[in-house]
Design a protein around this ligand. Structure first.
Ligand SMILES: C[S@@+](CC[C@H](N)C(=O)[O-])C[C@H]1O[C@@H](n2cnc3c(N)ncnc32)[C@H](O)[C@@H]1O
Length: 299
């Protein structure tokens, strides 16, 4: 093979696979790909100043070859880079956590607006819980948004996910008010926190039914993202949420608020369950595409 520089290789790689790449990575352009490769190389301590004029020879030991091979397989760009943008920060991600989604930012904005209003009315230190925290994107963004310290808790059933949360909290600690705290708890939903009370509980739990909904899940998501973060068994689904809602209701202070992301096809039904078990006001909120996406419930 005649040696060529990386820029030429990348352009050829892109033009030969443009249709396939745009199916796998909607909106991917040559410029975005260059940018992704630059960021990827920078993280691997490669000098990126003249990256695209360097001679490139594919080899199994070359990290740049890993980048191209991963793209051919449809591996998510966020996992290739090990980083995902959410709300106002970059978060570390690995295959043990869900890649945080932009619609979840609505949950953060809604929760942040309540916390700010409460902070205006009272000096009390507010306690907040995130159930199924994954990368920690929700709870860390909330901690960043608040003008005053929060006492925050986050749970996950995956120990590996909590390691990623811990890393993100450590990396972004400097963006969070110093007196804030975050306690990470390895538990099922919020089982080990029944003695605690919270002003606000948020959650983006697994909410896809494994049989009924799986055909509608993008192949790339199903192949690479953790099934623990995505799916629940169909026959356990209703009971899983009923238990969650009861735990949440028990642990909220009076007038406390619960905001949960969920599946557009199942949210109305789950909202009814919330009302039946005793939340005083329950609403379904929509996402950017006008689909049912969140339950908002007040104790
Ligand atoms: C949809 S992901 C959400 C991750 C993150 N909160 C976000 O919004 O990007 C669901 C998370 O819940 C966790 N999870 C699944 N089952 C759980 C359970 N029974 N108790 C606690 N966490 C659970 C998964 O490990 C995963 O991290």
């Amino acid at each position: 093979m005649t040696p060529i520089n990386l820029g030429t290789y990348l352009e050829k790689f892109f033009s030969e696979r443009e249709i396939r790449l745009s199916e796998l990575y909607p909106g991917l352009s040559i410029n975005r790909l260059k940018d992704e490769l630059k960021q990827y190389a920078r993280q691997r301590k490669v000098n990126v100043d003249d990256l695209f004029s360097l001679r490139y020879i594919p080899s199994n030991t070359n990290p740049i070859t890993y980048f191209f091979d991963s793209l051919i397989k449809g591996y998510p760009l966020e996992y290739i880079r090990g980083r995902a943008h959410f709300y106002k920060s970059e978060f570390d991600v690995s295959e043990t956590v869900l890649i945080p989604r932009s619609e979840t930012e609505i949950l953060v904005e809604t929760a942040a607006s309540f916390l700010r209003d409460w902070m205006k009315m009272s000096d009390e230190r507010l306690k907040v819980l995130d159930i199924g925290t994954g990368s920690g994107a929700i709870i860390i963004s909330l901690l960043q948004e608040m003008p005053r310290p929060l006492e925050a808790y986050a749970t996950d059933i995956s120990k590996d996910a909590l390691e990623v949360t811990r890393r993100n909290y450590f990396n972004l600690r400097y963006t969070i008010p110093r007196e804030s705290s975050l306690r990470l708890v390895h538990t099922d939903r919020m089982s080990d926190l029944s003695e605690e009370n919270f002003h606000l509980i948020v959650s983006n739990p697994p909410y896809i039914k494994k049989r009924e909904d799986r055909d509608f899940v993008h192949n790339q998501v199903d192949t690479y993202e953790p099934h623990l973060a995505l799916y629940l068994e169909d026959d356990e689904y209703d009971e899983w949420f009923r238990t969650l809602f009861k735990q949440v209701l028990h642990s909220l202070y009076e007038e406390g608020i619960f905001i949960m992301e969920g599946h557009e096809d199942h949210l109305e039904e789950l909202a009814n369950v919330c009302s039946m078990i005793g939340f005083s006001s329950v609403k379904v909120l929509k996402d950017y595409t006008n689909r049912n996406r969140f339950i908002f419930a007040k104790k």
